[in-house]
Design a protein around this ligand. Structure first.
Ligand SMILES: [Zn+2]
Length: 188
């Protein structure tokens, strides 16, 4: 293995990244596989991730945090198929995802830094998306929708967990914003 673990180009982004082609070549995508990826830059460890292959999805855990990434397949013209990550932010296919939670190059702002979303906005969007996937309106104040007919319990639980996690991130960041502005007001 010539790469530091999970794909090249680490020097240009300095972020955790997963390359689905590299994972495929190294057996990480075989269902039931549960292995680690350690990434270093110039000898410094930047991520020690656990990668578990589920049905058309990967569960990636770094420390206490975990993220799910869906996998899509496209047929190749000369036969066989190619696997892609589905970016959770924009829903587009990508061969490489960056950061944690993982998303594509564009969503991470690596392509256009000025378009980078705040962490809070991203959390809200992710929570709405998880609700939309189980048939909800995306209204974060409404109760989380029930499991739609035909959706596996495991899939439903995953969307539910993603929504809760994203909402908590956004709520804690919102609370911090409110607390900061309250401090400023008190200080006057
Ligand atoms: Zn994206």
């Amino acid at each position: 293995m010539s790469r530091p673990g999970g794909g090249g180009r680490l020097k240009t982004t300095g972020m955790f990244e997963l390359d689905i082609r590299w994972l495929g070549r190294n057996g990480y995508l075989e269902r039931g596989s549960a292995r680690r990826v350690r990434q270093t830059i110039n000898g410094h460890l930047i991520a020690d991730a656990r990668i578990e292959a589920k049905t058309d999805a990967l569960r990636v855990t770094i420390g206490e945090r975990c993220d799910w990434v869906d996998i899509a397949r496209t047929e190749q013209r000369l036969g066989g198929e190619r696997r892609w990550f589905m970016c959770d932010e924009c829903g587009r296919r990508a061969a490489v995802l960056y950061g944690f939670p993982l998303s594509c190059r564009t969503c991470q702002g690596l392509a256009y830094p000025s378009q980078r979303e705040t962490e809070r906005d991203r959390g809200l969007r992710k929570a709405r998306k998880a609700r939309a996937r189980v048939g909800g309106s995306g209204n974060l104040v409404a109760p989380f929708p029930g499991r739609p007919k035909g959706m596996h319990q495991v899939t439903y639980d995953r969307h539910w967990a993603a929504s809760i996690q994203a909402e908590q991130v956004s709520l804690s960041l919102t609370a911090r914003l409110v607390a900061n502005s309250a401090t400023v007001r008190r200080g006057r």
